[in-house]
Design a protein. Structure first.
Length: 304
């Protein structure tokens, strides 16, 4: 209701008091009135022509009837002069019949020419209307066909561009995730080597400083070695299993990425984020475990 109200206000401000719909309706009415007036004038002219022809024929018949009545009265009154006037009367009758016959022939010729001209005009009008309609239909058909072809080409180009952009995004995310995984694996191996080197250095220092207490040191070293090797082996095994799972999962994702749709790249990204979070949590847990082990190792050393 508000939209219609403001539309009417805008139309009044733009077009004035007279709306385009009212002006169009008034224009159609005036065209209909003009067309009806022209048709009425033609009809009246045709009707007046027919009435004039009928009046002329009726007048001729009426005159003939009057002449015939006068002739009968004259024959009745002048029976004596029948022989003299018979030739004149027959000649007058022939002249009247010839005149009426000529008028009737002229009328028939005029009607035939009118009917012929009307049929030719109707045929020409039908041909012109058909030619215009055929041209309009062909133009609309060609425009529709070209528009359909252009729409198909536009859809194909849009689909190809969308696939290419999605493939580029997936490729960037794939290389980024692979680089991150390589960095994580390098960091884990470096951390393992550093831990092993630190443990071996501490063990060698402890062995060189405590050669006097050989028996106790041997027992302690055996215990520490077995415990360290067990811990390192367990850690190495856990890391190996984690790396195997990560590689297996990565291979599965790489195999599935070929058959997946274009819009499945975010799932791979979410999985990579979850794996990185799990790796971070495992790293934090491992650091806490090392701190606890170092604490207990220092306590055992102090007691020893």
């Amino acid at each position: 209701y508000l939209a219609r109200k403001f539309f009417y206000l805008w139309a009044k401000m733009t077009f004035g008091q007279v709306l385009p719909s009212k002006a169009r309706c008034f224009y159609d009415q005036m065209i209909l009135q003009k067309a009806f007036g022209q048709w009425k004038e033609r009809w009246t002219v045709c009707r007046e022509g027919k009435l004039s022809l009928r009046a002329e024929s009726h007048y001729r018949h009426f005159l003939c009837r009057l002449v015939f009545k006068a002739w009968r009265a004259y024959v009745c009154q002048q029976r004596v002069k029948r022989s003299k006037y018979s030739v004149a009367e027959s000649h007058a009758k022939k002249q009247n019949l010839l005149r009426t016959w000529q008028c009737w022939l002229v009328y028939v010729d005029v009607q035939r020419t009118k009917h012929g001209m009307q049929s030719v005009a109707l045929a020409f009008r039908e041909k012109s209307c058909l030619r215009i309609s055929w041209a309009v239909w062909r133009r609309q058909c060609y425009q529709k066909h070209t528009g359909h072809k252009m729409n198909i080409l536009a859809l194909q180009h849009w689909a190809q561009s969308l696939q290419f952009r999605a493939w580029l995004q997936w490729r960037e995310l794939y290389f980024y995730s692979r680089n991150e995984k390589q960095k994580e694996s390098r960091a884990v191996t470096h951390h393992q080597h550093w831990e092993l080197k630190r443990c071996l250095g501490a063990w060698l220092g402890y062995l060189s400083l405590h050669r006097v207490k050989k028996h106790q040191n041997e027992l302690a070293q055996e215990l520490h070695r077995s415990w360290t090797l067990r811990r390192c082996f367990s850690n190495w095994r856990l890391l190996l299993e984690c790396r195997r799972r990560i590689h297996a999962h990565q291979k599965d994702l790489e195999k599935q990425a070929v058959s997946w749709a274009v819009f499945a790249y975010w799932r791979h990204y979410v999985l990579c984020v979850e794996e990185s979070q799990q790796c971070k949590l495992a790293e934090v847990h491992y650091r806490h475990h090392l701190l606890v082990l170092q604490k207990f190792w220092n306590r055992w050393k102090s007691r020893l």
